[in-house]
Design a protein around this ligand. Structure first.
Ligand SMILES: Nc1ncnc2c1ncn2[C@@H]1O[C@H](COP(=O)(O)OP(=O)(O)OP(=O)(O)O)[C@@H](O)[C@H]1O
Length: 336
């Protein structure tokens, strides 16, 4: 493990209690995040991306959630921490940017007070210093008139401005690790690009590590260094952004890539991956979890209990099924 590793997730599984039984939402996750690196986690809705983030942040109710494995952050296993210990790290060393800025902000508090609040908890700064820092942060995240925005309430700001405020709060204490869960989903494309540039800029300035959660491969291509593709609670492929985009191997990665609209092929019908991500109670017990959605591939092509295979430095794929087929995503003429 390199010295630059900030977060080392080992065999992490999280289960939720549903009607009295626990069901796994993420299974045996192994991932590392280094300083100066943006790791994207990509997959359709329901694949477990947010569960992974909220497990790292320690945001689950222990009465209905069980996590096993390790989440080693700067040498300490977060899963072993109590709430008091966790609170010292959350917001200070690990910052989180949430998907929906409107619900993440308090509608009744002015923007300045929402930014200084996190400093009340984690710093010894005076009131004056905190106010100055709040204005500085608003400026850092590209807000033109920080004094005015500081006095406003969330509903007075546009979606893009609110997301900038959320980022200001997340970076107020210069965290080593930033977790951004679908940070641009609610924004239009131009603002989306600005917010992604901002996250990249902050990451470079602070030498932090970033986990960027998204269902959007365009966002991944534009922002990430490393990519982990998740399907049904498992990582199915992992590699650098070049490895994943230039040599995708797992049929799920290939399907996701095929379903991205291409600017240069207007006439092609957009590929839609048939079926749905299974619910936790209906998770396949054997075989590749994606197999039911590619029924033209015989089950003999899949490993009974698929494991990760190292293909080249940094590039791993689950299941050996990619070896037997040069997967067309769906053979021509197959009706989905
Ligand atoms: N508290 C919970 N109790 C029971 N099931 C849950 C809970 N939270 C999430 N799940 C289930 O776990 C699975 C993974 O959900 P998760 O939200 O992590 O996926 P996701 O990839 O982040 O999707 P999205 O982008 O829609 O948030 C889903 O089947 C979801 O219904």
């Amino acid at each position: 493990m390199s010295d630059q590793t900030l977060l080392n997730i080992k065999n992490l599984s999280t289960s939720f209690k549903i009607e009295g039984e626990f069901y796994e939402a993420i299974s045996q996750i192994n991932l590392q995040v280094k300083r100066d690196q943006i790791l994207a986690i990509v997959g359709e809705s329901g694949c477990g991306k947010s569960t992974l983030a909220t497990t790292v942040m320690g945001l689950h109710d222990p009465a209905i959630t069980k996590s096993t494995g390790q989440v080693v952050f700067e040498g300490q296993d977060l899963l072993k921490m109590n709430e008091v210990q966790y609170n010292k790290i959350r917001g200070a060393k690990i910052g989180m940017i949430f998907q929906d800025p409107l619900s993440a902000l308090n509608p009744l508090k002015k923007i300045k007070d929402q930014i200084t609040e996190v400093m009340d908890y984690h710093t010894q700064l005076t009131e004056k210093q905190k106010s100055e820092r709040a204005l500085e942060l608003l400026q850092d995240v590209g807000i033109d008139n920080p004094q005015r925005t500081a006095r406003q309430f969330p509903h007075e700001l546009s979606g893009g401005m609110r997301q900038r405020v959320i980022i200001a709060i997340a970076i107020a204490c210069k965290p080593d690790l930033l977790i951004a869960d679908e940070p641009t989903t609610a924004l239009d494309v131009t603002i989306q690009a600005q917010i992604l540039d901002l996250i990249r800029k902050i990451q470079q300035e602070n030498h932090s590590g970033v986990i960027l959660i998204t269902h959007d491969l365009g966002v991944v291509a534009q922002t990430a260094d490393e990519v982990a593709v998740m399907y049904a609670g498992q990582i199915v492929e992992q590699g650098t952004v070049q490895q994943i985009f230039e040599n995708p191997l797992h049929p799920y990665t290939r399907s996701l890539l095929r379903s991205v609209p291409q600017a240069d092929s207007e006439n092609d019908e957009l590929y839609v991956i048939a079926g749905n991500v299974p619910s936790l109670q209906q998770m396949p017990k054997d075989g590749d979890r994606f197999a039911p959605r590619i029924p033209w591939v015989p089950s003999s092509a899949h490993e009974k209990h698929p494991t990760m295979h190292q293909l080249s430095a940094g590039h791993q794929v689950r299941c050996t099924c990619y070896q037997n087929f040069n997967f067309p995503v769906a053979p021509k003429g197959v009706r989905q």
